[in-house]
Design a protein around this ligand. Structure first.
Ligand SMILES: Nc1ncnc2c1ncn2[C@@H]1O[C@H](COP(=O)(O)OP(=O)(O)O)[C@@H](O)[C@H]1O
Ligand SMILES: [Mg+2]
Length: 267
């Protein structure tokens, strides 16, 4: 407990990851990855294919269990709602479930359940996993669908939707979980170019609303626009990090320079 006359901390930590390490067989995919995310902050994670970006997101979301390192949610892990996991020690199912409860992923290929309507896709997590009342979950889903302009798709199946619409449902499904942290894994890279704008527009609005998020993206102009911090990864390590404008417009490391230059040429 802090004394009542002490000022509120200016930044509130949502997540601290330290020394995350992960190998698949002999392939060391993550080596000592550190990430700090504060409430309302948008972090863009960039880097070449195979650099470990997806594995970082999956590790933060409990879809992958790192071999070592720590993840802490909340200011010191001991706060109400705080969570501290040491992957170097024994990690139980409860820890993983607690980790999964704190963030929600938006996947590159949407990953909607094909046999479920849009509405069912959205309420599945809140109702089945979080045990929230169904009526409440439905009302929330309908409100969120309206927000992204998809009210009329409530009873449609994923195959009846465009990629852009499916991804907006994917975003709504993540929001419906009311996570502390949103994780986007190349949310627009599977979309036809004319559908990218709608999805980026929704993500930008979420950033403006104060959602805390990590976005893996190759859309550097977008990253510069919405991200507070950019982290450049290559070969399982963080090569460079800093304010978006600095890393994207005046990178210091050779590898970052090459990557940014190549992507900008591709655009
Ligand atoms: N489940 C897995 N089994 C084996 N190797 C994997 C698995 N997932 C990822 N990898 C390997 O880990 C490395 C990093 O992958 P990934 O995190 O998907 O990178 P990125 O998202 O930056 O493209 C790649 O070499 C990839 O082949
Ligand atoms: Mg990836």
């Amino acid at each position: 407990m802090s004394p009542t006359n002490s000022p509120e901390p200016r930044v509130t930590s949502v997540l601290k990851a330290r020394n995350l390490a992960k190998a698949f067989g002999n392939n060391k995919v993550l080596r000592d990855i550190d990430i700090d995310i504060h409430r309302g902050q948008v972090v863009a994670l960039i880097g070449p294919s195979g650099s470990g970006k997806t594995t970082v997101l999956r590790s933060l979301n409990g879809l992958e269990v790192p071999d070592g390192g720590t993840v802490t949610f909340g200011d010191n892990g001991g706060d109400s709602g705080g969570l501290a996991i040491d992957f170097g020690a024994k990690v139980g199912k409860k820890d993983i479930a607690a980790l999964r409860d704190r963030s929600a992923m938006v996947f590159q290929h949407y990953n909607l359940f094909p046999h479920m309507t849009v509405l069912k896709n959205i309420i599945e997590g809140p109702v089945q996993v979080q045990k929230r009342p169904k009526a409440e979950a439905v009302a929330e889903a309908e409100r969120l669908l309206e927000r992204v302009g998809l009210s009329d798709k409530r009873d449609a199946y994923p195959f009846e939707l465009s990629g852009g619409q499916q991804q907006r449902v994917g975003i709504v499904r993540a929001l419906a979980l009311k996570p502390q942290l949103l994780l986007f894994d190349e949310p627009t890279s599977a979309l036809d170019p004319e559908l990218v704008g709608d999805v980026l527009g929704v993500i930008k609005e979420l950033a403006e609303e104060g959602w805390t998020m990590v976005i893996v993206t190759h859309e550097l102009a977008f990253a510069q626009h919405v991200a507070d911090e950019v982290i450049f990864m290559d070969g399982g390590v963080v090569v460079e990090r800093g304010p978006a404008a600095e890393v994207l417009r005046a990178p210091r490391q050779e590898r970052t320079k090459l990557f940014v230059k190549r992507l900008q040429h591709d655009v």
